[in-house]
Write a protein that binds this ligand. Sequence first.
Ligand code: KG4
Ligand code: ZN
Length: 337
Amino acid sequence: MKVLGIETSCDETGIAVYDSDNGQVWQRLYSQIEKHREYGGVVPELASRDHVVKAAPMLEEIIAEIGDIGALDAIAYTRGPGLVGALMVGANLARGLAWALNKPLLGVHHMEGHLLAPMLGDETPELPFVALLVSGGHSLLVDVRRLGEYRILGETLDDAVGEAFDKTAKLLGLPYPGGPELARLADSVASSRFEFPRPMTNRPGLEFSFSGLKTAALNIVRENEPLDEGLRAEIAHAFQQAVVDTLRIKCRRALEATGYRSLVIAGGVGANRCLREELQKTVRKLDARVYFPALEYCTDNGAMIAYAGALRFLAGQQDNEIYEVLPRWSLDTLPVI
Ligand code: KG4
Ligand code: ZN
């Protein structure tokens, strides 16, 4: 069964087809980063307009690859959370297609897409598992008992992890989106003379707070100006170390609290090399396992939406009567499948 997935919640246009019979994926991904870079962040109106221009031609390319638009069994799109105008572009394209082809339509939760993305790989986690979702807009730990049954164990009280990476990168003069750039700079040195706090780790609980790290970075930058390349790398290194350490501590706590043996990492920050290495060490000590999506499925993409849509369609869900997108949508309110 072939399901089309359309992702337009933020600044990536992702179009993919997932075949549930053999796991095959056809996909196109277009990043708008260049369009937003000069503004230092995503400009919602530009994002919507660019999705309009890019989505349909990308869809045509994929259809040419699979041969026949009639081969699609269902159409899935990101219904939320995200930028409202951007979401509407994908939703309307999906709705038009579903109507024209007389096919079932599925509105997928963006974060459910992220947390199921590791299942597109060869080694898939068994349920139940703990998921750490770390992206530009979200940071949460989720207890995944069954598909659709998501209990939020802890969330950020302020900035998301990716946001903290991006803001600190900006302070260091790195181009937007700074997360990967900051990581590269951090990895260029083996140690740092600086030390950042590990927020909210000295008391029990699974909540996060990352805005203090950005302030700590600002203070260090001010105290050490002018910064040369070496100093910037050391600041980046200490910042990354603090974030990774904090996430590692909370993941360990979540595994201990649930008694689960599998940890799934998803979202753009899941691409971070240092985070991957440290979590591998942590789970080894706990006799548990950690699963990461392939790098191409870590950041926003259409395949994860097609996959989540396929699972929901196979479970009998259909959203052809739903018309509104949900810019805010809590993960723990989804129907269990
Ligand atoms: O999941 P995603 O593509 O989009 C959202 O739904 O937000 O995540 C993007 C975020 C950005 O903040 C980006 O800077 C961060 O993920 N990111 C990274 C790395 N790669 C992407 N942060 C740290 N290290 C990386 N290697
Ligand atoms: Zn995302």
